[in-house]
Design a protein around this ligand. Structure first.
Ligand SMILES: Nc1ncnc2c1ncn2[C@@H]1O[C@H](COP(=O)(O)OP(=O)(O)OP(=O)(O)O)[C@@H](O)[C@H]1O
Length: 356
């Protein structure tokens, strides 16, 4: 079959087969007390534990260097943890690679494709190396690259390369999909399309572990998420659970002649002239007290706005802590020897490449 045959096959408007539905609450990814140190002694992952159920979409967030990729590479079986245990689909992804790899799809931060092959040739090559592969043209159609099939990889934009990465990750019809920053470099429309595709995959039963810098992406897609900081998970849960730990905010402007000092002490307001901001972990009670005071005092609260903490605010609070403590990061103790080789014997570049 030629490249054109593959494309023509897909032009008849075929649909994507859905993965078989699976029993609820089966743990598909189990990470327990995992640590990863590199050759220079730097500990990038410092005791991480979490689990992901079948069909769940779990997002790993964190600032630059928090240890997301170092963790995900372990789950993908690209390196061994220094200590702790990892099970993917019930197997050790490194030692039992042959049992795990055919059932997973991996989209790394850098795919490392041969740049002179066309998009379709790349997908065909990948498909030929994969057992039970999805047809190459189908994978390209899923990510919206059909019209770019004959273009050489080196001529693709950064966003198109990300989409090709995703097409290859989908080639094995994976039960578990690892997506490392899947929408970096995509424009707004490409990002939305990718979100739709990830949602569709999840709805068809695929388990997804996603790392991302886009908080909106995690908020939109994830069933649960974890925020990493200096190699550890600082907080985890649903978006609502994660943000619940952070103070809500009430803002309003007082009329001229009513100073913020007149507000009840328990509201602990910060004021800039007549503009007042209250931070509270008991939003309903604080609002109740504020409104009661306003009615009693005959004061109108101009532009009153009350809202729970957003994921962005929760994240920024953690990130600010990181900025303050970066200089004291205990993981940076001890000499660095120039070599960036992990203790597991792989090189940094090896761990960035897609392996079948
Ligand atoms: N091969 C290596 N040798 C030594 N240190 C490394 C190596 N690879 C990564 N690191 C360090 O480990 C830490 C975690 O890196 P990692 O890439 O896992 O973070 P990340 O959360 O994925 O960051 P980003 O969001 O920037 O991709 C960083 O401080 C990084 O410099």
């Amino acid at each position: 079959m030629t490249s054109d045959d593959f494309l023509n096959d897909r032009r008849d408007g075929g649909t994507f087969p859905a993965a078989a539905p699976a029993p609820a609450a089966e743990t598909v990814i189990a990470v327990d007390g995992v640590r990863r140190s590199y050759k220079d002694g730097f500990e990038a992952v410092s005791g991480v534990s979490f689990s992901v159920a079948r069909g769940e979409l779990f997002a790993l967030l964190g600032t630059n260097g928090a240890g997301k990729t170092s963790t995900v590479e372990l789950l993908e079986g690209l390196a061994l943890p220094t200590s702790g245990t990892i099970k993917v689909l019930g197997h050790d992804p490194y030692r039992e690679r042959a049992a795990v790899r055919p059932r997973t799809g991996v989209m790394l931060q850098e795919g490392g494709f041969p740049s002179d092959l066309t998009v379709l040739e790349t997908a065909l090559m990948w498909s030929a190396c994969t057992t039970g592969a999805r047809p190459a043209a189908e994978a390209l159609e899923m990510v919206g690259l059909t019209s770019r099939a004959k273009v050489r990889v080196k001529q693709l934009s950064g966003g198109e390369k990300r989409r090709l990465d995703l097409a290859l990750a989908l080639t094995s019809r994976p039960e578990v999909l690892f997506l490392d920053e899947p929408t970096t470099g995509l424009d707004a429309e490409g990002r939305r399309d990718t979100w739709d595709l990830i949602r569709a995959l999840r709805e068809s039963g695929t388990t997804v572990l996603l790392t991302t810098h886009y908080l909106e992406e995690a908020e939109t897609l994830a069933d649960r998420l974890a925020i990493m900081h200096q190699g550890q998970i600082v907080t985890a849960g649903t978006t609502a659970e994660v943000t619940a730990a952070h103070p809500a905010r009430i803002r309003f402007t007082l009329p001229d002649g009513v100073p913020a000092a007149h507000l009840p002490l328990s509201l602990q307001a910060g004021a800039d002239g007549q503009r007042v901001e209250i931070r509270t972990s008991t939003l309903q009670a604080s609002l109740h007290e504020l409104l009661g005071w306003a009615v009693e005092s005959g004061v109108e609260l101009l532009g009153l706005d009350a809202r729970s903490a957003s994921l962005e605010e929760a994240f920024l609070q953690i990130a600010n802590t990181q900025l303050r403590s970066r200089a004291d990061d205990p993981r940076r103790a001890g000499p660095r020897h120039g070599s960036d080789r992990p203790t597991d014997g792989s090189t940094p570049n090896e761990t960035k490449k897609v392996t079948a």
